[in-house]
Ligand binder design. Structure first.
Ligand SMILES: [Zn+2]
Length: 445
């Protein structure tokens, strides 16, 4: 039967894209595992609505003719499906498609951003970020606050998150938008089914029922709350931000106090792994996880801050927002300050060491660096790329390309907002048909 959410099985891998492998473009076949298998007429229609909506998300505005060509569905069927999606307020008619058409130009169809949004709420060791995306992926609300999470009880920290999410819900409601879901994005290992943070070593959390806690804070009328890992959310945000024809496979590695990773392969998000705890620290220092010599002890944010500045330096002050502290250090690097540059060179060496292993194991065409690694991209990317190029076994071997995320420090929250919207992309019929209004009716079906 139809799995209704990715993550309910806990593995994330499996049947994505199988239902329509022959009829959709490669880009339209599932980011997330568990898209519906058509069993009857109603579920076939749901599946086709889902294919349309995902195709528009991954490829932008299209004419009906183009949609038919790209999905393999008959044009008449596409017209009926588009009319349905317009009635649900999920797509709208856009500009006329004048490119390369002979005769009467066709009207483009695009995702409708006005009514529905998803909210991502990221909790990091030193900050919380709330970000809302509309259905077209545009940011409609963003808020960030410094918070010393390890100093608080989980309940107190989640109370702060709840307040910031409540502010976000009010802000989108004022715009006339409906928030369809909230994803709490956190470090560590997460049980998506029960909404529990199993272990987040950098917060000192163990077995925290985060979804239930946050729902209690938000009250009865709040949208459903999911919990997801930050690296997986970040990988999803990177994938959806990239031109789809370009990126089908990537490994995303994010640097904060912890170091996390997740990969997307064949358009599917795979579960992340504890790559920050690979035994790679040359000095074998103790890690918050209880072991010694973990990679994140060498390349995590704390290692960089310690190498770059004395403990009394303001860049260690947790009451100052991380973006500001990192901006301060970036300024020093740009001014050629030797200690900051030496710290970055050390991070690049140890980063390349771990990425080399990931390349050997996963052989991805692309690695995207996120978190603080992205902030210092111009000091890290080229250095890491050189090492990875040098260790290729043969000059003809496929080259991995390293890039820095362009999405900024809020990219895990952005991925969380995408996940909150995912239910609609899996089954657009969960959104009821809207009462017909002047401006959202079909002009030409
Ligand atoms: Zn560790």
């Amino acid at each position: 039967m139809r799995p209704d959410q990715r993550g309910t099985t806990g593995t994330g891998a499996g049947t994505a894209g199988r239902a329509h492998a022959g009829t959709t473009s490669p880009a339209a076949s599932g980011i997330m595992a568990g898209y519906p298998e058509p069993a009857d007429k109603a579920s076939l229609r749901r599946t086709n609505l889902s294919v349309m909506l995902r195709h528009l998300r991954e490829n932008g505005a299209q004419s009906r003719t183009h949609l038919a060509g790209a999905t393999g569905l008959p044009k008449a069927t596409v017209s009926v499906l588009v009319a349905d999606l317009i009635q649900r307020g999920l797509v709208r008619e856009g500009e006329l498609d004048r490119a390369g058409t002979i005769g009467r130009p066709h009207r483009m169809v695009e995702l409708e951003g006005r009514w529905i949004c998803g909210i991502g709420a990221e909790i990091g060791p030193d900050h919380i970020t709330v970000l809302a995306l509309d259905l077209s992926g545009a940011i409609v609300h963003e808020d960030r606050r410094a918070l010393d999470v390890p100093a608080l009880t989980p309940q107190a920290a989640l109370r702060e998150v709840g307040d910031l999410v409540a502010d976000g819900l009010s802000a989108v409601a004022e715009r006339g938008m409906h928030a369809i879901g909230v994803t709490l994005v956190t470090q560590g290992s997460v049980d998506a089914t029960s909404g529990t943070v199993a272990v987040a070593t950098n917060f000192g959390w163990r077995g925290v029922q985060a979804a239930r806690e946050l729902r209690t804070r938000l009250g009865r009328d709040a949208p459903p709350v999911l919990v997801e890992n930050d690296a997986e959310s970040g990988a999803l945000a990177e994938y959806l931000a990239a031109p789809s024809a370009d990126v089908r496979e990537l490994v995303y590695v994010t640097g904060g106090i912890g170091v996390g990773g997740a990969s997307i392969s064949g358009g599917k998000l795979l579960r992340g792994s504890e790559i920050g705890h690979m035994k790679l620290d040359r000095l074998d220092r103790p890690c918050a996880c209880g072991r010694t010599g973990c990679w994140e002890v060498a390349v995590g944010l704390q290692a960089f801050l310690d190498a770059a500045a004395d403990p009394s330096d303001r860049v260690h002050d947790l009451s100052i927002d991380l973006a500001e502290r990192l901006g301060d250090l970036l300024g020093r690097a740009d001014a050629g300050e030797p200690r900051t540059l030496a710290a970055l060179a050390g991070i690049a060496d140890d980063l390349a060491l771990g990425l080399g292993i990931l390349v050997d194991v996963l052989n991805p065409p692309r690695i995207v660096l996120g978190g603080y690694f992205a902030v210092f991209g111009r000091y890290l990317v080229d250095a890491v790329q050189r090492v990875l190029d040098d260790r290729r076994i043969a000059p003809t071997a496929e080259r991995v390309v390293v890039t820095a995320s362009a999405l900024g420090l809020s990219n895990a929250a952005r991925g969380g907002a995408h996940l909150a919207l995912e239910g609609i992309f899996q089954d657009p019929s969960v959104v009821p048909v809207r009462p017909v209004a002047q401006d959202d009716g079909a002009r030409s079906a």
